[in-house]
Design a protein around this ligand. Structure first.
Ligand SMILES: [Zn+2]
Ligand SMILES: [Zn+2]
Ligand SMILES: [Zn+2]
Ligand SMILES: [Zn+2]
Length: 300
């Protein structure tokens, strides 16, 4: 679609040399920076006719679009309170993470439970603490965090926790599937994608009789701004085979740690960590992934 240019001389520099219109569609240019719209370039057999230039016309980045993309804009949610100000081309990335964007309850986001709350992203954690205290308090994260999941062969069960680690809020969900006889675990950061990439989840299941009989899964952590399907598909799947060995009295004991990627375990804990590498246990794709990611717990 072309727009007529009357007086604006800056815009005129971007107008087609043939029809003098501005186009937001395909744009062609010659090496002497003469610009043509797609229609005219085609009519001219892609040879510049301006001022006997005769240079070949090649497709170029639309200069108007470039100008618009580099223009400073305010966030679409500024009336909700967002004060961000950035280039138009960065808008899409920001909107995924904007704290002032409309947001559903975190439980609903991952299909954990029904809740009709709708507010702003920045208030989602507060809402959760106020309205869903039945899931337990947000637990401050320590390196001695041991928990258990109720597991049943008969019904599906769900668990949800807020975790505050490194002064950031993480959502941790576990679901047991009685039909597939497996437990799924996932975690995400309430925050920016780039921040989430700095952390790993270490999820160890063990037996109460012998802590050193254990399986450790290590997973990347995603952010709530990431694609939901991606968060789900990167969850940890504890298979029936492993559950058989670890569920005692309908309970699966686990230890949860969120670690910074550069975290290095202290040497005195090395012997217990070595247990993880015992070869006789079947390790799933999570284990393989952990090795690939140069996981600090599995370092030899
Ligand atoms: Zn034209
Ligand atoms: Zn030319
Ligand atoms: Zn914003
Ligand atoms: Zn809710």
């Amino acid at each position: 679609m072309a727009t007529s240019v009357e007086t604006n001389s800056i815009l005129r520099a971007f107008a087609c040399k043939e029809c003098e219109d501005l186009t937001m569609d395909d744009c062609f240019g010659c090496r002497n920076k003469h610009i043509f719209c797609g229609d005219c370039a085609g009519d001219l057999d892609f040879v510049c006719n301006f001022d006997n230039c005769n240079q070949v016309l090649k497709i170029i980045a639309n200069p108007l679009e470039k100008m618009v993309q580099n223009t400073s804009v305010v966030c679409k949610f500024s009336e909700n309170g967002c004060t961000w100000n950035f280039k138009a081309k960065d808008m899409a990335n920001h909107l995924e993470e904007c704290n002032f964007a409309p947001y559903n309850c975190v439980g609903r986001k991952l299909n954990m439970f029904l809740c009709s709350w709708k507010g702003l992203k920045k208030d989602a954690i507060e809402h959760f603490k106020e309205s869903h205290s039945n899931f337990g308090n947000c637990f401050p994260f320590t390196h001695k965090s041991f928990f258990k999941i109720n597991f049943s062969n008969k019904i599906n069960l769900k668990g949800f926790h807020l975790i505050n680690a490194f002064n950031k809020d993480f959502c941790f969900c576990c679901q047991s599937d009685s039909t597939k006889k497996e437990v799924n675990v996932m975690i995400y950061l309430m925050g920016r994608k780039t921040t989430a990439k700095k952390y790993l989840l270490s999820f160890e299941i063990y037996t109460t009789e012998n802590y050193f009989k254990k399986v450790t899964f290590v997973q990347p952590i995603f952010s709530d701004a990431d694609d939901e399907d991606e968060i789900k598909s990167n969850g940890i799947n504890v298979s029936e085979n492993i559950l058989k060995q670890f569920v005692v009295d309908d309970k699966l004991h686990y230890r949860l740690r969120i670690v910074k990627k550069e975290f290095k375990p202290r040497t005195e804990s090395a012997s217990s960590e070595n247990e993880v590498r015992k070869p006789e246990r079947k390790q799933g794709k999570n284990f393989e992934m952990a090795k690939k990611m140069n996981n600090p717990f599995l370092r030899g």
